[in-house]
Design a protein around this ligand. Structure first.
Ligand code: FAD
Length: 265
């Protein structure tokens, strides 16, 4: 059973962090869609609703997304719809349904680093950064490489520059969790590519070799084959949803499709 003994609504981030650290059974509350599927007894649920973290704003060369923004807010924001051809809206669209997407929050989803995330690959490919209350600001890939700690994710930052991007996911049925997914982005000024593979089923990772192999605007078939070879070097796992071999094979197909989509733009 899932139970929260008390809910508090701190007025500052310092207060929220103090409450989080006061007891090991205290938890930050996002949209509580994932938490309520567990069997936790939460001593104090810490709601961030009074902290004004539901912004999506353009400033200083970045688009900043506050932690309490929901996927629904992202999907209906003109700024996010226009950003890199709407790739974020496209990546989130297969997640269950409108009701769930109107509830789940950005901060909870990124902080929790779910292996099945459809959000993390696209954020990695786009070169997103995150700001945490204690650990400060860092590239998303650095955050994902760190051990889990007790902290509060405050903002996700998207670089506000032209990027052409594409995302792909494989699901057995609509609204199921992804078997494997992938996102690709090409920076239009530098021609630099970034490719991320997720749901391996471990958490999403960049394929660093792809940046060198795909350099420029129009990668040829040899470059795409070399990217497939680089994907084969990643670790894939087996679970009830798929075997490691199947995931690896499908990751190569999804990556090729996403690269070709970006190259055709
Ligand atoms: C039935 C179901 C199906 C799903 N399918 C998919 C899918 O196909 N693809 C996909 O990508 N995702 C999927 N998800 C995950 C979903 O998109 C969210 O990522 C997930 O529900 C977490 O968001 P939440 O707001 O519910 O978080 P909560 O349940 O409120 O919190 C989750 C965790 O994050 C912590 N937390 C919350 N906010 C913060 C913060 N700001 N800083 C630090 N820690 C915080 C909480 O303490 C908790 O440990 C699914 C979820 C559900 C319930």
């Amino acid at each position: 059973m899932f139970e929260i003994r008390q809910v508090v609504t701190p007025a500052t981030l310092d207060e929220a962090y103090g409450a989080l650290m006061a007891n090991r059974n205290n938890r930050i509350l996002g949209g509580v869609a994932f938490l309520k599927m567990g069997h936790k007894l939460i001593n104090q649920g810490i709601s961030l609703e009074k902290l004004g973290l539901d912004y999506i704003r353009q400033q200083d060369g970045w688009i900043d997304i506050g932690a309490t923004c929901t996927y629904g807010q992202l999907s209906t924001s003109p700024l996010i719809q226009a950003y890199s051809g709407g790739v974020i809206v496209q990546a989130l669209q297969p997640i269950v349904g409108v009701q769930l997407r109107n509830r789940v929050q950005v901060g909870a989803s990124v902080f929790s680093r779910y292996g099945f995330s459809d959000f993390l690959p696209v954020l990695l490919a786009l070169g997103a950064e995150v700001t945490l209350h204690q650990a400060g600001r860092m590239p998303l890939e650095a955050f994902l490489a760190q051990p889990l700690s007790r902290d509060i994710l405050i903002t996700v930052h998207l670089p506000d520059r032209p990027q052409t991007s594409a995302c792909q996911s494989l699901r057995y049925t609509a609204s199921d969790l992804p078997v494997v997914n992938c996102a690709v982005a090409r920076d239009e000024a530098s021609g630099t590519w970034r490719l991320a593979i997720g749901a391996r089923p471990g958490r999403a990772l960049l394929v660093p070799a792809a940046s060198t192999l795909l350099a420029g605007k129009q990668p040829d078939s040899t470059a795409i084959e070399q990217v497939s070879a680089a994907i084969a070097q990643m670790t894939f796992g087996s679970n009830a949803r798929a075997s490691a071999d199947y995931r690896e094979a499908m990751a190569k197909v999804l990556a090729q499709r996403a690269i070709e989509e970006v190259a055709s733009c």
